[in-house]
Ligand binder design. Structure first.
Ligand code: JFZ
Length: 587
C-alpha cells in the first residue's frame, strides 16, 4: 500500500520561460461567463417557420442558407436592450472572474468594428454600435477579465473559410483566408480593446499545425500574456478542453475547462426552455473544481440584447451559494483523490480540504485513504462548531480511516461544505480504495494502458476516456484495495456523446482474483449522475468476482472481439469503446 504526498501530485503549472504564470488569474477564477451573441439570435432557432434542430448559432449551416440571404439579417440587427454594464454586473453577481464573448463565430459576422471585413455589427447593421467596446469599458470597471471567442477555422462568409461548400463548392485557399481575415481581425481585437485575457479559439477541424502555430504566434506577439484556449488545436493551447458539456470521470492532469450551456443551445433559441436547475449548475461547478477543471457557463442574449430571465435567475443563485462557499472554489486546487465519492466531492486550498456533500452529511461519516493528520473540522456555513472525529487504521489492509460525527450538521442546499483542516499538506493512498458504501470504482484516469503487442494503440484520453481501442492485444489494468472480502457484481461502464451513436456489442473479458469473466457490452443499465445528461453512463453486467481476503488486487480488462462500425465514427469520436469506469458492487 503506497502513500502519496500531495505536494508530489503534479498540480499543473505552465510557467513560461519568463517565470510569469499567465494562467494564475484563470485558475483563481474557476468560473467564467460565455456569451454567444450574433445575427443567429434573430432567427432564434426557426427558419422559414420550421424549428431548426441542434444549437441556434449553426442555423446557416444546418439550413445551408446562402450567404446572400443570411447576411441580410444584419439589416434587422438593432438590439435596444443591450446592456453591457448589466451583463458585467450579472457576471460579478454570479461570482465569475472572466467573460468570453463571440467576437466572430462560424457565420463569419464580426460583433465589433472591423476594418478587415465590412460584414460587421457597426458597418452592416442599423445599430452602428460596437458592443465589444462597451464590454471592454465595463469589464475594466468591474474587474472582470475580458476574453474573445474567435472562430479561426470555420467561416461561412469568406470563400476560403472552412465549411461553406454550398456557396463556395471549390477548393479552399486557407492562407488567403488567414491573410485577408483572421490575422487582420485578431490584430484589431488585440490592439483596440486593451488587455485581453484570452482568445477562445474553436473547432480546429481543417487548419494545419503550421497555420495554427502562426495564429498562436500572432496572439502572443501582440499580447504576450493573452491566453490561447485549447481549441486552437494541435496541442498548441495554454490549457485543454474536452467536448462541450463534458464532465470527466475523475481528476484530470493539467489545466482543463469545460464549456457548458444553460439549456441546450449556445446561441439564443426562442423555443429552448430546457434550463438546467441552479442546483445542477452548482453541483457541476463543485464536480469540475474537484477535478481541476474550470467551468465556462454560457448565456445567449436574444436579438434585442436581453439575457433570458431563466439564465439570470440561475446565475444569481450560483452567486448566492458562492458568497458563502466561494473559498472552497475560487483558487481551489483539485481533490487529492483521483476518483469521485458517492456522497460528493473534495477540493483543496493549502492545508484545508473542503468536503462538498450533495445531500445531508451523514451522522456517522467515514472516508478511506487520507494519510494526513486532521486538526479541526467545521462547517463553512452557520456556526463554527467543530465536529468530533477519529482517525484509525483498518487492521487487515492498513487503510487509514477518518470517522466524523456530523451530529447537528446543518444542510445548506444544494451543496453543504465542510472544512477539514490538516496538520500539513494532504497525503492520500494512491490505489483505488473500497468505499465505506462497499463499492469499488475503477475509473479510466486511474488505469494503466498495456498490450501484448509491441506498442499499445489504445490510449487514455486527457479527458479520462479510452481512445483508439482498436485491437484485442491492448488492455487496461488497475490496482485497488479490497477492505471487505466477499462477492461483488462487476459492471463495465462505457459512454458516448448523447447525440452520437453508442459503440456497444463488444466481447470483453475481466481477469481478476484468479477469475475470468466474459461478457458483451450491452445496455443493461443507465447509471444516474451528473455526467449522464450529455454522456450517458451505460453499464454492462459481467457477472461477479469473489475476494476471499482483504488486500490489494489487480484487474485487467481486454477485448476478445471488437465490433468497430464505421457508422459509429463521428467528427469528434473514433467510434470505438469509450470506457468510463468499472464498478464493483457488493452482491
Ligand atoms: C463548438 C461550436 O461549433 C459551437 O457553436 C459552440 O461555439 C461550442 C462552444 O463550440 O461546438 C463544438 C466544438 C467541439 C465539440 C463539440 C461542439 N467537440 O469537441 O466535441
Amino acid at each position: 500500500m503506497r502513500a502519496v504526498d500531495i505536494s508530489a501530485v503534479k498540480i499543473p503549472s505552465r510557467r513560461p520561460a519568463s517565470g510569469r504564470d499567465d494562467l494564475s488569474w484563470w485558475r483563481e477564477a474557476r468560473l467564467g461567463l460565455f456569451i454567444h451573441w450574433g445575427l443567429y439570435a434573430i432567427p432564434a432557432g426557426v427558419w422559414h417557420g420550421k424549428r431548426v434542430p441542434y444549437t441556434g448559432e449553426w442555423v446557416m449551416w444546418r439550413e445551408k442558407i446562402p450567404f446572400a440571404t443570411y447576411s441580410r439579417l444584419a439589416r434587422r440587427f438593432h438590439p435596444r436592450h443591450w446592456d453591457a454594464a448589466g451583463i458585467v454586473r450579472l457576471a460579478k453577481e454570479a461570482g465569475m472572474g472572466y467573460l468570453v464573448i463571440t467576437a466572430k463565430h462560424h457565420d463569419g459576422f464580426a460583433m465589433y468594428r472591423s476594418d478587415a471585413s465590412p460584414y460587421n455589427v457597426v458597418d452592416a447593421t442599423p445599430w452602428h454600435h460596437d458592443p465589444l467596446a462597451d464590454l471592454a469599458r465595463e469589464c475594466r470597471r468591474g474587474g472582470i477579465r475580458l476574453c474573445f471567442y474567435y472562430s479561426q477555422d470555420l467561416d461561412w462568409q469568406h470563400p476560403d473559410g472552412a465549411w461553406n461548400d454550398w456557396d463556395y463548392p471549390g477548393k479552399k485557399d486557407p492562407d488567403r483566408y488567414l491573410r485577408e481575415k483572421v490575422f487582420p481581425q485578431l490584430t484589431e481585437l488585440l490592439t483596440r480593446y486593451g488587455p485581453i485575457g484570452m482568445i477562445w479559439f474553436d473547432t480546429p477541424l481543417t487548419l494545419s499545425r503550421p497555420r495554427s502555430a502562426a495564429i498562436r504566434r500572432l496572439v502572443k506577439r501582440l499580447q504576450p500574456r493573452c491566453l490561447v484556449s485549447g481549441r486552437i488545436g494541435h496541442g498548441l493551447g495554454d490549457y485543454s478542453l474536452p467536448r462541450d458539456n463534458f464532465l470527466p470521470p475523475g481528476r484530470l492532469e493539467g489545466d482543463w475547462e469545460t464549456c457548458a450551456t444553460l439549456n441546450h443551445t449556445w446561441g439564443f433559441k426562442r423555443h429552448d426552455h430546457e434550463w438546467k436547475s441552479a442546483a445542477n449548475l452548482i453541483t457541476t461547478l463543485v464536480d469540475l473544481t474537484s477535478k481541476g477543471c474550470n467551468y465556462l457557463l454560457n448565456i445567449g442574449p436574444d436579438a434585442d440584447g436581453r439575457v433570458p430571465a431563466p439564465s439570470v435567475a440561475r446565475l444569481r443563485a450560483m452567486g448566492a451559494w458562492l458568497r458563502v462557499n466561494g473559498i472552497a472554489i475560487r483558487g481551489a486546487a483539485p481533490s487529492p483523490f483521483r476518483n469521485d465519492f458517492p456522497w460528493g466531492r473534495i477540493t483543496t486550498r493549502g492545508r484545508t480540504l473542503y468536503f462538498h456533500f450533495f445531500g445531508q452529511p451523514p451522522r456517522w461519516f467515514r472516508l478511506h485513504g487520507l494519510l494526513s493528520r486532521v486538526r479541526r473540522i467545521t462547517a463553512l456555513a452557520g456556526s463554527r462548531k467543530a465536529f468530533p472525529f477519529r482517525q484509525m487504521v483498518e487492521p487487515a489492509t492498513g487503510t487509514p480511516i477518518l470517522a466524523i460525527n456530523f451530529t447537528g450538521a446543518r444542510r445548506t442546499k444544494p451543496v453543504t461544505v465542510i472544512a477539514v483542516e490538516l496538520a500539513g499538506l494532504s497525503r492520500v493512498e494512491t490505489l483505488a480504495l473500497q468505499q465505506p458504501d462497499e463499492t469499488i470504482t475503477l475509473i479510466g484516469p486511474m488505469a494503466r494502458v498495456g498490450t501484448t503487442a509491441k506498442q499499445p494503440a489504445m490510449r487514455m484520453g486527457g479527458n479520462g476516456l479510452s481512445e483508439n481501442w482498436r485491437n484485442t492485444a491492448d488492455f487496461l489494468e488497475w490496482r485497488f484495495t479490497v477492505l471487505h472480502p466477499g462477492t461483488y457484481e462487476v459492471a463495465v461502464v462505457t459512454t458516448h456523446q448523447h447525440l452520437e451513436p453508442w459503440s456497444g456489442g463488444h466481447t470483453l473479458r475481466v481477469e481478476c482474483a484468479g477469475s475470468t469473466l466474459r461478457g458483451v457490452t450491452r445496455r443493461d443499465a443507465l447509471l444516474p449522475g451528473l455526467r449522464s445528461a450529455y454522456y450517458p453512463q451505460i453499464a454492462s453486467r459481467f457477472g461477479s468476482l469473489t475476494f476471499t481476503r482483504a488486500g490489494d488486487f489487480q484487474l485487467r480488462l481486454q477485448a476478445d472481439k471488437l465490433k468497430l462500425l464505421k457508422k459509429n465514427k463521428t467528427l469528434f469520436s473514433d467510434g470505438g469503446i469509450q470506457l468510463s469506469e468499472i464498478r464493483l458492487t457488493r452482491a
